[in-house]
Design a protein around this ligand. Structure first.
Ligand code: NAI
Ligand code: PYR
Length: 306
């Protein structure tokens, strides 16, 4: 297992807003690492968030501290949540101008980055920002990944679990492509405990479209009512950190570099201590292949603007 100059595990979170603090809280409650380091351009807010989170440390004794960007750069994992969030009606891609600038200043502040660190992008548009972090951070591409469509896949499994009356954990179904409006559901490979989903329930094409819309529209529906989403991504990001630090090697649809698509996009990948260990080929039908190609083209168009 790779080691750093620290004798204990640390996860830095850049951006101490709703998402960053929910990830910090989840990491602490699940004892994913020994120390969580919080960084934000808004110093007073960040210190107050640390103080509040410190009141929860007695449950697990995971340390939470306010950190400088340079200290954060020496962590085992650096989670980037800094940036603007969507207003109701905005798409994730609408955030690119603002968050590209934020990302540039965040990556500059982290230097020199621990060469063994894994950077996990969460800020949106996550696929495009993952691509730019791979270009700007100086780390190998496998060490820079985005939370991608893991959260969307969890949302999909939640809906299917209700419909089929089985546990989410027994459903293997992926949302792939952009973590955004061009994503698609890989229905042709969806299984329940190894059996194709069509053997369990005859979901019509119209219903599949409806389920896909519910999944891709869930964030917007939550944002319309409460202004942001945080618990789902808190659990998802903490889960990815756990998989990395404990070298667990689950197969997750995460945003990582795909040579074939020439961009960072979500397809199943094995996650371990070195980040993306390998990619797992997903059988797709013609329609799904067209959808993933269109999604990749959308992302490449965004990248080409810079
Ligand atoms: N990938 C995913 O599935 C999800 C992504 N998100 C994204 O996460 C991001 C954060 O969302 P929230 O936490 O709700 O927003 P927020 O507004 O609550 O927090 C953002 C924080 O970033 C900080 N910040 C801005 N520039 C910074 C810089 N240069 N250095 C350090 N900190 C800086 C701000 O001061 C603020 O505290 C958004 O882009 C949102 O779209 C949110 C939910 C899920
Ligand atoms: C905001 C966002 O990207 C999500 O909850 O999926």
């Amino acid at each position: 297992m790779a080691t750093t100059s620290n004798s204990y595990t640390s996860v830095a979170i850049i951006g101490a807003g709703s998402v960053g603090c929910t990830i910090a809280h989840t990491l602490m409650l699940r004892r994913v690492c020994a120390e969580v380091r919080l960084v934000d351009i808004a110093e007073d807010l960040c210190k107050a968030q640390v103080q509040d989170l410190q009141d929860a440390t007695y449950l697990t004794n995971v340390r939470i501290k306010y950190a400088t960007p340079q200290e954060a750069g020496q962590s085992d994992i650096i989670v980037i949540t800094a940036g603007a969030k969507q207003k109701p009606g905005e798409t994730r891609l609408d955030l690119i101008e603002k968050n590209y600038k934020v990302l540039g200043s965040v990556l500059k502040g982290l230097q020199p980055i621990n060469p063994l660190a894994i950077i996990l992008l969460v800020a949106n548009p996550v696929d495009v920002l993952t691509h730019f972090t791979q270009q700007m951070s100086g780390l190998p591409k496998n060490q820079v990944l985005g939370s991608g469509t893991l959260l969307d896949s969890i949302r999909l499994r939640g809906l299917l679990a209700q419909r089929l009356n089985v546990s989410d954990n027994s459903i293997n179904a992926y949302v792939i492509g952009e973590h955004g409006d061009s994503q698609c559901v890989a229905w042709s490979s969806a299984t329940v405990s190894g059996a194709h989903i069509s053997l369990i329930d005859d979901i019509s094409e119209e219903e599949k479209v409806e389920i896909g819309k519910l999944v891709s529209g869930k964030a917007n529906a939550i944002i319309k009512a409460k202004g942001f989403t945080s618990y789902g991504i808190g659990a998802t990001a903490a889960n990815i950190c756990e998989a990395i630090l404990f070298d667990q090697r689950p197969v997750y649809p995460l945003s990582c570099w795909h040579e074939e698509h020439q961009c960072c996009i979500s397809l199943p990948a094995v996650v371990g201590r070195n980040g993306v260990v390998t990619q797992i080929p997903l059988p797709l039908n013609d329609k799904e292949r067209e959808q993933i190609e269109a999604s990749a083209a959308t992302l490449r168009d965004q990248i080409a603007k810079f």
